[in-house]
Structure formats: C-alpha cells, structure tokens
Write a protein that binds this ligand. Sequence first.
Ligand code: SF4
Ligand code: SF4
Length: 350
Amino acid sequence: MALTTKSLKKSNNSLANPERQWEILEHTEGMSFKPFKQEMEGLDLFPLKPSGIEILQINVGKMCNQVCKHCHVDAGPDRKEIMTRETMQLCLEAIKNSDIHTVDLTGGAPEMNPDFRWFVEELSALGKHIIVRCNLTIIVANKKYYDLPEFFKKHNIEVVSSLPYFAAKRTDAQRGEGVFEKSIRALKMLNEVGYGKEGSELKLNLVYNPSGAFLPDHQEALQAQFKKKLQEGYEIDFHELFAITNLPISRFLEYLIRTENYESYMEELANAFNPMAAEQVMCRNTVSVSWDGYLYDCDFNQMLELKLEGKAQHLKDWNTEEIGKRNIILGQHCYGCTAGAGSSCGGTTA
Ligand code: SF4
Ligand code: SF4
C-alpha cells in the first residue's frame, strides 16, 4: 500500500462520501453470503435493541497529527472539524440526565481539540470513568503536549493506544514514517508516571489491528507476544492488548476496493459470523456523538452518517428513555463486529 498523506476528503476521493460507502456496502447482489440483517433475524436479534446506555463515545474532532492508512474516521492534519465548548456542554447535560458511567474520548487526536483539557476536568468533576483514545505520537509532537501523561494521571484517565505491531517496519507502514519510534518514546513517558505498571490503577491498554485484509489473531496470544517483545526490546509495560477487526469503512474500504480485496474480505467476515459476538456488539450499551453533536449507534455508523433512529438525533434532543428503546441501524459493515471472536472498542467480545 502506498503511504497515505492526505485524507480522502482532501483528495476528493468519491469514498469520502458516506452515501457512496453505504451504496457499496449494501450492494449484496452476487455476494455468496446472507445480508447481515437476515443473520440477526435468525438469532432473534432483529430489530436489535440496546441493553442500556452505559458508555458515551465522543468524537471531539477529526483533526489528527497522523494519516493512518486504515483510518475509519478519515482523520488527518487537513481535517478541521472540531467540537466546540458549547457542544461539550450539551454532552455534559446528557451525561447528567442518564446512567452513563464511562466517557470514551476519541478523534482524530482528541488532545488537539483546544477545549480537551477543560472537557476532561468537567467530566472528572462528574466522577465519570474517562477513556482517551491517544495515538501516542501526539504526546511527543509538540512541547505543549509533553505533560499529557501527568494530566492523564491527575484525572485517572484510562489510556487506550493503537500500536499495530511491536516492530518499526509494520507500524510505520500502517501509521506513517517514524511513528513507531515516537510511540515508544511516548509509552516510556507514560510508564514513567506509573501507567501500565503491574498493579497500577493507571490503565494503559494497547490496540492491535491487522495490517491487511484479514482477521486478527487470537487476542490472548497477541497480548503475550506484545508484552514479551515490548519488555525485552524497550522495557515497556502495559496492561491489556485489544485486538480489533478493521471495518470496511472509509480509508480501509478504499484500500479493500483498490487492492481488489473487498469481496473476499466481506466473505471472510460473513463466514466467520459468531452468534455469541452478535449478542455482545458494542452499540447495545454505547451511544456515539459526533463533533457537531449528532447521535449515532456507534463510531462506524457515525462515519456512514446513519443518525440514531427516532426523534433524538442530536444532543439538544437527548432523551434517555427514547434512545434506550430505539432500533439500532445495521448494515453489511456490522459483520466486522461479529466475526470470529467479535470486535469492539474494548477488543474481542466473545
Ligand atoms: S491516529 Fe487514529 S484518528 Fe489519527 S489518522 Fe490514525 S487512526 Fe485515524
Ligand atoms: S457496526 Fe456499529 S451498529 Fe453495526 S454491530 Fe458494530 S457497533 Fe453495532
């Protein structure tokens, strides 16, 4: 794969358009597997209902210092969409009016939002468990971010960071030249303040996702391998490794089509459909918020611009009861969450 330098949007790629992506995903004629909804019907899981609203995943902006090849957000330095403080206030109101116990901050690089620290302080004052999806390199990108490990520690934030591999070549091929070396420096800084150490409450979890059109290996085996290699090679400690399947959306969808792997990848996902994983999909206890305050079943539906079914489509119309009763919008991309051991933002599900 050639290294990406611009977002699909900036390159005027037709796949930057969510409607175009949806059209491709829903075109199942000639495919050798059932539409996803039929699989769910067979398990009495259609329409799919939430089990509760426990986690709010908030995308505070698409701006990022990296341009990873597989990015389902199509994030990068050329993306300027950013959540305002006003929208963050609406998030805080929604959290106060619900049973949400965990707030999962994502982006782009969430730390690049100028109100990121203010928002964390407000969430922390509400006593919520906070997760930050930190891409690691942001910590060493500029002096103003060097104290992020201390800031994370102060608010007992759980740090979840992508590290595609424990060697430079594979990591840099997916995330950009020099990313591995910077990630190692950032991990060391996190370890220095107590993150990732055995017995430490400062959680540092890593995310692995495959570097091509295949499913991830077994999570436990990968974790053991990562722990050994990162400790031996760099004296780095972390808690858990989450193995995540790449969903056929945005830049990964573009890669699949460009390399003529789209149909075989979809077939691989569908053939690996796991009923146990289907019951545990993350949209059942999570609601996702976009930078402009719209509500979605998950981060993937957000990127496809499939807003929540019902009247509560924006934070301004937040209604816990109504959101808890909605039908979750499903499509062919959902096979990515139900294949093999299952996949969610917290790793395998079954
Ligand atoms: S660091 Fe994350 S948000 Fe940024 S480009 Fe990479 S995958 Fe996308
Ligand atoms: S892609 Fe989203 S809506 Fe579909 S199963 Fe996964 S979490 Fe649920």
